[in-house]
Design a protein around this ligand. Sequence first.
Ligand code: FE
Length: 192
Amino acid sequence: MTKADAALRAEALESLLIEKGLLNEQMVDDVIVRYNERVGPMNGARVVARAWTDPGFKARLLQDGSAAIEEFAFEGGQIDKLVVVENTDQVHNVVVCTLCSCYPWAVLGLPPKWYKDPAYRSRIVREPRAVLAEFGTRLPDRQNVKVWDSSAEVRYMVLPQQPPEWQALSEGELAQRVTRDSMIGVTVAGDD
Ligand code: FE
């Protein structure tokens, strides 16, 4: 399906649901505004900042992401299964949905355009280092790249490594600095 086809289908579906009285335009606009402006990637950044400053929370987050983020009571925070994968000196994680565009909306808001691009979806699997380099991310050879394929059932989020120069920052200050792209794994926190 091309992008124009997809847009057309979405529009047709929206009109149909409105016609059937199952939806109104305001509801659609509300959802877009909520995920775009209110949720945004800010929820994920708060999760990362807490994991960096609270080892107990970090352990719970890596053990069971969906249960751990319930501590925040995010609006629209229902994710059946959120799996958080941790970057280390040995492993760098990056997230994709090769099939379509599954994405952890509740923590990262709406997916960026490139995330839905067929080029990203196929190339990040075949040549992850080349794609990461295009995002300005160059990883040391000792770091393996692990690609996680999201689905309707399981959504992944990356827990980036905390930059050493951010050690003295508070949880709130850290949350201001964590970017969406570092939680998808195409960049490295503090480097983007
Ligand atoms: Fe998908």
